[in-house]
Design a protein around this ligand. Structure first.
Ligand code: NAD
Ligand code: TYD
Length: 334
């Protein structure tokens, strides 16, 4: 199997690439990534020298660059590349539309021209918008995105479904809940809280902190993605969740307890504009149809994540200082 990954230098993409190369050392994998602020080749140090792995720096909006990098007839495209942070999309949405919408269409066009066998589009539970208490977001629920980020991801999904319907492409969509784990850029809640707590700095809690997210360890998510690549049905959408819905304040208290730090670091700040109150993804379909289940409990995952961030303060320092951005120039030239 030859596989073409976009956004493999980011948080989830790099976990997927590390796992895939370890599990399938004989299968060629190309990682195509623009290396925006969120792309960090430090995340891929352990596979960089593997014979089956190749990194290509490029922009998914550049059809020629994608076509030059993608082999004819490759078995699967796994499309992670995106602008992924809600707060940034509130400050400035244009880049989200360019990368997440236009970039996805470019990927679909090139994949079709190259005769790619399966296109896996990585989406998010946020396309369903805020879910009322007691209700669940299922694969066939209407989309109701409320942040510019979620709206751009919903638009991308529509383009994927349109390509499947119009051209008969074998396209599959996954929508995952909030991921956490090693190598997550310290702008998202868990790594930001950990990085601040380790320096005894305040942790910003937006609004009342009672917003609910369903946390999944990134390794469980990547196991689900492999299942979908191997045995998902063409044209289907699969929800992937951690089965660990908790309000932000409770999550942060549990994190601080593992760290042995005081709750007094928690500092309420102004709420995020249009903040979605609750995400609640129904992931019974993938469990029923593909036999996937999350295996890492929230307590276990938080302990492992705390240990990773505590042991990898150099990674956090390089991520925060922007030092990691010189890696490409140093290793690959300008
Ligand atoms: P990330 O922000 O950590 O990484 C994104 C990666 O995409 C980076 O390596 C970046 O350099 C690359 N990229 C951005 N623009 C590009 C472009 N124009 N061309 C090529 N590469 C580009 O994101 P993540 O958290 O790893 O998320 C990966 C995917 O999963 C995204 O599609 C996101 O919407 C989705 N998702 C994330 C979560 C989560 O909790 N993090 C949950 C559900 C879905
Ligand atoms: P985030 O990690 O940005 O993911 P998303 O917005 O995609 O769910 O945020 C997770 C939750 O934590 C969300 O409800 C916003 C909240 N939050 C804070 O309270 N403080 C913070 O500093 C951040 C980054 C997020």
């Amino acid at each position: 199997m030859a596989i073409f990954v976009t956004g493999g230098a980011g948080f989830i993409g790099s976990q997927f690439v590390r796992d895939w190369v370890r599990l399938h050392p004989d299968q060629p994998l190309i990682n195509f990534d623009k290396l925006t602020y969120a792309g960090n080749l430090d995340n891929l140090a352990e596979v960089a020298a593997s014979a089956s792995y190749r990194f290509v720096r490029g922009d998914i909006c550049d059809a020629e660059a994608v076509a030059a990098a993608m082999p004819d007839g490759c078995d699967a495209v796994v499309h992670f590349a995106a602008e992924s942070h809600v707060d940034r999309s509130i400050l400035s949405a244009a880049e989200f539309v360019t990368t997440n919408v236009l970039g996805t269409q470019v990927m679909l066009d090139v994949a079709r021209a190259k005769g790619v066998k399966r296109f896996l589009h990585i989406s998010t539970d946020e396309v369903g918008g805020s879910i009322e208490p007691e209700l669940w977001f299922a694969e066939d629920s209407p989309l109701a995105p409320s942040s510019p980020y979620a709206a751009s991801k919903a638009a991308a999904e529509h383009l994927v479904r349109a390509a499947a319907h119009t051209f008969g492409m074998d396209a599959v969509i996954t929508r995952t809940s909030n991921n956490y784990g090693p190598y997550q850029f310290p702008e998202k809640l868990i790594p930001l809280a950990l990085a601040n707590a380790l320096e005894n700095r305040p942790i910003p809690v937006y609004g009342d902190g009672m917003q609910v997210r369903d946390w999944i360890h990134v390794a469980d998510n990547c196991a689900a993605l492999r299942k979908v690549i191997e045995s998902g049905k063409p044209g289907e959408t699969y929800h992937i969740g951690g089965l660990h819905p908790v309000p932000n304040l409770e999550l942060l208290r549990r994190l601080l307890a593992v760290l042995g730090k005081s709750d007094s670091l928690l500092t309420h700040v102004k709420d995020r504009l249009g903040h979605d109150r609750r995400y609640a993804v129904d992931c019974s379909k993938i469990q029923r149809e593909l036999g996937w289940h999350p295996t890492i409990s929230l307590d276990e995952g938080l302990r492992a994540t705390v240990a990773w961030y505590s042991d990898n303060d150099a990674w956090v320092r390089r991520a925060r200082s922007g030092e990691y951005r010189q890696y490409y120039e140093r290793v690959y030239g300008a």
